[in-house]
Design a binder for this molecule. Structure first.
Ligand SMILES: [Ca+2]
Ligand SMILES: [Ca+2]
Length: 461
C-alpha cells in the first residue's frame, strides 16, 4: 500500500456510478495498467449509512476524526472514530478529545427532523417539502426517480429515453453538497438551464434534438467527496393506448381464437404482453410493433371464465387493458328423446320431444332433422317449450314411407351435438279395425231404443 490511502481516496471520488454499480479505477504505481473494480451498490443500505461528518483531518489526509449521528432512528446512536490511537497520547488535548467525544455520544437523542426521499435518501423535512413543491410545479409526469451517490471527480449516470423536441426537468436533491453539475455524456440532447431552487435542490432543464437514449452525468461540487442524492425526472409522456380488436369483452369463445391487439404511443411502444389468468402467453418481440395477434387454442384450457390482460409498455410506463371471456368447448347434452305415436298411420303427424341442456354458454338452437326413404335430410327448428324441453312435428306421410330422424343441438359458441338416429314406418292402419268408443255408445243407445219400442208395441197388442 506504498502508493497510499490518499490515491485510493482520489480513485473513489473519481468513480463512475451507473445504476447500481460503483466503478473505481485504481492507478497502482508499480502496476502497468489501471485496475478497474466494479462494486454492486445496495442503495438501501449505503444511503442509510450516510452522512458521516469529518470533524478533523490532518494536512496530508492521513489521520482524521469522523463522527456519525443516527438521530432519525429510534434505535440510533452517536459514534466517533479516531483514525489514530488517541488514548496513546499523554497530552491533555488527547484526554479532552476523548472526554468530549464520550460526552457528545451519550447525549444522543432521536430527532424527528428528517424524512426519507423515495425511501432511500435522508434529507431534512423542509428540503423534502421543497422538493415536492418543485416537482408539483413542473409539467408532466415523473418518468424516473432514483437514489444515487454523487462524487466530486467522477459522475453518476442517469439514462433516459428522450423524445425529439420535448422538454424534461431533472430535479436533483443534494443534501450534503452545495452544488451539482450536469452534462450530456451520450445522446442528442442539451442542458438548456440549471437553476438552484434552494441550497440543496437543483432543477436542470434538458431538451432532446432527436428521439433516443441519452446518458446524463451528474457530479458533486468540488470538495464534496461522497454525497447521497435523489434524482427525479419529469416530462410530458402520454400513456400507451390499447385497442383490443378481438375477442369481444364478455364474449363466449371456443376452439382457437385470435387475440388481436393494437397499441399506440407518443414515444413508441417498446413491448407488449398478453396474459391469460395472470400467466404470460405472448410477448411482442420487437419494439414499435404495435399490432400483435396471438392464436389462443382454448381447447388446452378447461371451460370457464378467463381474464385476458394486455400490457403495453412505452419507455417509461405501461398501460393495462383487460377483458373477460368464457371458454366453452363442450357440446350440449341431448336426453330423453321420445316421439308419439310410435306407430303412425297414413297422414298422421309425429311429435318429437327432447330435453337439451348446456352447462356452458347455453343452448342456442335445436333442430329436428328427418329424411323420407333415405332422401335428403330436412331440418326444422324445434320449439322451446320451457324447462329445457324442445318439440317439433314431422308431417304425416303416406303408408309405406320410412321416416328417419335425429336431433341436432348447438350451444352459443357453436359446439354441436347430434342424437342417435331413430326411424319408423308409416302403416295403412287397415288390418286392425277398432270401433271408436263414441260409436259403441250410439249402437247401445239405438239397441235400447229399439228394444223399448218393441216392448211398447207388445203391450198395445
Ligand atoms: Ca408514451
Ligand atoms: Ca357448451
Amino acid at each position: 500500500m506504498k502508493w497510499g490511502l490518499h490515491r485510493f481516496y482520489r480513485s473513489i471520488i473519481a468513480a463512475n456510478i451507473t445504476k447500481s454499480t460503483f466503478n473505481i479505477t485504481l492507478n497502482i504505481p508499480s502496476y502497468p495498467e489501471p485496475v478497474t473494480i466494479s462494486i454492486p451498490i445496495n442503495y438501501q443500505t449505503l444511503l442509510q449509512l450516510l452522512p458521516v461528518k469529518i470533524i478533523a483531518i490532518s494536512d496530508k489526509a492521513l489521520a482524521g476524526i469522523i463522527a456519525s449521528d443516527r438521530f432519525w432512528d429510534e434505535h440510533g446512536y452517536r459514534s466517533i472514530y479516531f483514525s489514530f490511537e488517541v488514548e496513546a497520547s499523554d497530552s491533555s488535548v488527547a484526554e479532552l478529545l476523548l472526554k468530549n467525544a464520550v460526552s457528545w455520544a451519550v447525549q444522543w437523542q432521536k430527532l424527528n427532523t428528517t424524512e426519507l426521499l423515495g425511501n432511500l435518501v435522508r434529507v431534512p423535512k423542509e428540503t423534502a417539502q421543497s422538493f415536492r413543491n418543485t416537482l408539483n410545479m413542473l409539467p408532466g409526469n415523473v418518468l424516473h426517480s432514483s437514489g444515487t451517490i454523487l462524487v466530486e471527480e467522477g459522475y453518476s449516470t442517469i439514462e433516459m429515453y428522450l423524445v425529439k423536441d420535448k422538454t424534461y426537468y431533472m430535479v436533483v436533491v443534494h443534501p450534503t453538497c452545495d452544488k451539482v453539475s450536469v452534462f450530456v455524456l451520450e445522446g442528442d440532447a442539451e442542458i438548456s438551464s440549471t437553476v438552484n431552487i434552494t441550497a440543496r435542490i437543483t432543477n436542470i432543464t434538458i431538451t432532446a434534438s432527436s428521439s433516443g437514449t441519452v446518458k446524463i452525468g451528474v457530479k458533486a461540487d468540488p470538495d464534496s467527496s461522497l454525497n447521497p442524492t435523489y434524482v427525479a425526472v419529469k416530462g410530458i409522456n402520454n400513456l400507451p393506448v390499447i385497442f383490443i380488436e378481438s375477442p369481444a369483452n364478455k364474449s363466449y369463445i371456443r376452439s382457437t381464437v385470435t387475440i388481436a391487439v393494437n397499441a399506440t404511443d407518443d414515444d413508441g411502444i417498446t413491448s407488449m404482453e398478453i396474459l391469460i389468468n395472470g400467466t404470460k402467453v405472448y410477448t411482442a418481440s420487437n419494439g414499435g410493433n404495435v399490432t400483435c395477434r396471438y392464436s389462443w387454442n382454448t381447447r388446452k384450457y378447461v371451460d370457464g371464465f378467463y381474464n385476458v390482460t394486455i400490457i403495453a409498455y412505452d419507455h417509461y410506463t405501461s398501460t393495462i387493458a383487460k377483458i373477460i371471456v368464457f371458454v366453452d368447448n363442450t357440446p350440449p347434452s341431448i336426453q330423453n328423446l321420445s316421439y308419439t305415436p310410435t306407430k303412425p298411420t297414413t297422414g298422421e303427424d309425429v311429435t318429437v320431444i327432447v330435453m337439451v341442456t348446456d352447462a356452458g354458454s347455453g343452448v342456442e338452437n335445436v333442430l329436428l332433422s328427418y329424411s323420407l326413404d333415405d332422401a335428403d335430410w330436412v331440418n326444422i327448428t324445434m320449439n322451446a317449450k320451457g324447462g329445457n324441453i324442445y318439440e317439433a312435428t314431422i308431417p304425416g306421410q303416406p303408408a309405406g314411407k320410412t321416416v328417419q330422424f335425429k336431433v341436432i343441438a348447438f350451444d352459443v359458441t357453436d359446439n354441436v351435438a347430434v342424437s342417435s338416429t331413430h326411424s319408423y314406418k308409416v302403416t295403412s292402419g287397415a288390418p286392425t279395425f277398432e270401433v271408436p268408443w263414441s260409436l259403441t255408445i250410439g249402437v247401445i243407445v239405438a239397441l235400447i231404443a229399439v228394444t223399448t219400442l218393441i216392448t211398447v208395441k207388445k203391450h198395445r197388442t
